[in-house]
Design a protein. Structure first.
Length: 217
């Protein structure tokens, strides 16, 4: 039987906290909006539209570590309904996430759509894949136009996901999104500027014609 995000997240201590806050009745028999262990078209489209995400891993000292991952739009690939993968490009070379995952494969991902106030939470297990170990996977996740040094592939097996509450997500826009949203305005501004130039030119021509008509023959 497939299980949902809350089946993983609702630990005994979480249930105790819910009870203390009088919210345990909301979740004890929760049968409503519940996401399972397979990505569908909605999730695939959302993931393909992201140019970044946050990934949490757990260190051997027991401390969580959250890393921002960015790249070309769609760099996090949905390989199939239960698998994600992304190319790991060279960064500051601390390799904290890489080391954490080698010791504990469990990760959590947050994918944010700030303009639309939407976020997707994912539980998964991750493993490193050498570039020459799976040529098809490497080809699937590599963006040849992205100017960064590729070191490895991370393949993530989905455990469960959930669409999170949109409350308190402040809209934020990337440069590309701003340019796209304002393109019609900039096009119209360019049209108006051309109209002004033509009107000025027409006025100059009319003034010159009037002067020419007033000159003695």
């Amino acid at each position: 039987m497939p299980y949902g995000f809350l089946d993983i997240a609702n630990t005994p201590s979480v249930r105790r906290a819910q009870a203390e806050m009088g919210a345990d009745h909301l979740w004890s028999e929760f049968k409503g909006h519940r996401e399972f262990d397979s990505f569908g078209p909605k999730e695939a489209a959302f993931i393909a539209g992201r140019d970044s995400f946050y990934m949490a891993s757990l260190s051997e000292t027991g401390w969580p570590y959250v890393q921002h991952r960015g790249g070309p739009t769609g760099f996090l690939k949905v390989i199939d309904s239960k698998t994600l993968a992304f190319a790991d490009y060279r960064g500051n070379r601390q390799y904290i996430s890489t080391g954490n995952i080698a010791a504990n494969a469990r990760v959590s991902l947050f994918l944010m759509d700030y303009p639309h106030g939407t976020r997707l939470k994912i539980f998964a297990t991750a493993r490193q894949v050498a570039l020459d170990a799976d040529p098809e996977l490497t080809a699937a996740v590599t963006d040849t136009g992205y100017g960064a040094h590729l070191e490895r592939i991370f393949r993530l097996e989905l455990a469960a996901f959930d669409w999170n509450c949109p409350q308190h997500i402040a809209p934020r826009f990337t440069e590309t999104e701003v340019l796209s949203a304002t393109q019609p305005l900039r096009n119209r501004l360019a049209e108006l500027e051309q109209e002004v130039i033509q009107l000025r030119r027409r006025g100059t021509d009319n003034n010159q014609a009037a002067r020419d008509q007033g000159e003695p023959r």
